[in-house]
Design a protein around this ligand. Structure first.
Ligand code: XUL
Ligand code: CO
Length: 441
């Protein structure tokens, strides 16, 4: 097994290049052309594509009916330090071959958690030094770090919102180390996904107190990281359910309300995951628009759900229609604030060839790239913007403009209504808008 990082794990697979849509090479990008400029930025800069350590280098594909099907060559050593270094070698080989610039991790994706807190701390410090070298040698950067405060049974009743203060303190200790790791590796952002921050039954739960604890806890995390010189963004990643029945960060609007209530809205933005949006009965683009309106469109966890079931399947993105609608929001918002597009997605349990994880990431990147190109064309050459603007033209002058400026009272609306009498219907033209998207695809 590799100790010096020169062992090849993905044998026979070379660097993935852009070859254009006429190419028959499955191991090439058809649309993602990193250096191509779209709307003033290269695709590389727009997306900052990132590989999720947990799925791609840790996820073995187990489901409730059977064990994992992946056989990771880097996961064999019984020595946790060696196994973690081997995994880092495989990870940096994969990310570099994909030509992506970023990765994301949970603390204990990087290295197995030890049986004591202090041994875990020392393991993290060791692998951090190794990752620093890997980053320097490859130029790959850390998009965000996070802590896994949801898998270990100690967090079964929550981490920051646990009813037992000692568990809250343990989570704080763990997140301090994850923040230290992120800062040491030059992480550009730090994510909080509240995996067990929620509840199963209101009968045994003091919701108000738990939410106050979460507000206090996140404030402490922010203050600590800032004191260590961390200049990046903190992101909340909303999800409505799974694993808890009720998650406190239900959706983007809920998370923004929470951040404002606890005075965290200057430091925190939102990391929106496609499959979390759909679990909340929203579309991805809806969630992005809500965040963009608040100036909090921070980062994206790219994946997709399955129309026929209601859980978090974390499949790679491939829906060009939906991604195009999302890229319309993306471009109009001026892109992401500090974050990037992290493939929080996993290949299927029966995708067991070495190349499958490459094909998956190629498909995901191509879906975003193609959607970006289409959205850019729709904005610049189709009647889409004009039609949408025209729907609101009655607010551009006269009484409508006075209303927007705050110069009218309810009595004024009453008088205008009296003058107007019954109004003719104005079509919303939804089908026309939908046809324009189709035409430009
Ligand atoms: C879980 C999920 C997480 C977060 C990071 O659904 O998306 O992997 O992205 O904790
Ligand atoms: Co995610």
């Amino acid at each position: 097994m590799a100790t010096l990082g020169n062992y090849e794990y993905y044998k026979g697979i070379g660097d993935i290049k852009y070859e254009g849509k006429e190419s028959d090479n499955p191991l090439a990008f058809k649309y993602y052309n990193p250096d191509q400029v779209v709307a003033g930025k290269t695709m590389r800069e727009h997306f900052k594509f990132s590989v999720a350590y947990w799925h791609t280098f840790c996820g073995l594909g187990a489901d409730p009916f059977g064990p994992g099907t992946q056989q990771f060559e880097w996961d064999k050593s019984s020595d946790p330090i060696q196994a973690a270094k081997d995994k880092a070698d495989a990870a940096f080989e994969f990310i570099t071959k994909m030509g992506f610039g970023y990765y994301c991790f949970h603390d204990f994706d990087l290295i197995r958690e030890a049986s004591t807190f202090s041994e875990s701390e020392s393991r993290l410090a060791t692998i951090t030094e190794y990752l620093k070298e890997k980053q320097a040698a490859s130029g790959v950067k850390l998009l965000w770090g996070t802590a896994n405060c949801f898998s270990n049974p100690r967090y079964m009743n929550g981490a920051a919102t646990n009813p037992d203060f000692n568990v809250v303190a343990r989570a704080g200790g763990q997140i301090k180390l994850a923040l230290d790791t992120t800062v040491a590796l030059g992480g550009e952002n730090y994510v909080f996904w509240g995996g067990r921050e929620g509840y199963m039954s209101l009968l045994n739960t003091d919701m108000g107190r738990e939410l106050d604890h979460m507000g206090r806890f996140l404030t402490m995390c922010r203050d600590y990281a800032r004191a260590q010189g961390f200049k990046g963004n903190f992101f909340i990643e909303p999800k409505p359910m799974e694993p808890s029945k009720h998650q406190y960060d239900f959706d983007t609007a809920t998370a923004i309300g929470f951040l404002r209530e606890y005075g965290l809205d200057n430091d925190f933005k939102i990391n929106i995951e496609v499959n979390h949006a759909t679990l909340a009965q929203h579309t991805f683009q809806h969630e992005m628009e809500v965040a963009a309106k608040a100036g909090m469109l921070g980062s994206l966890d790219a994946n997709r759900g399955d129309y026929q079931n209601g859980w978090d399947t974390d499949q790679f993105p491939n829906n060009i229609q939906e991604t195009t609608e999302a890229m319309l929001v993306f471009l109009k918002a001026g892109g992401l604030q500090g974050g990037g597009v992290n493939f929080d997605a996993k290949i299927r349990r029966n995708s067991t060839d070495l190349e499958d994880v490459f094909l998956a990431h190629i498909g995901g990147a191509d879906t975003f790239a193609r959607a970006l190109l289409i959205a850019d064309k729709i904005i610049n050459s189709s009647p889409y913007e004009t039609l949408r603007k025209a729907r609101y033209s009655s607010f551009d002058s006269g009484k409508g403009l006075e209303f927007e400026k705050g110069n009218l009272k309810l009595e004024d609306l009453y008088n205008i209504a009296q003058e107007n009498g019954e109004l003719p219907l104005k079509s919303g033209k939804q089908e026309l808008f939908e046809n324009i998207i189709n035409q430009y695809i």
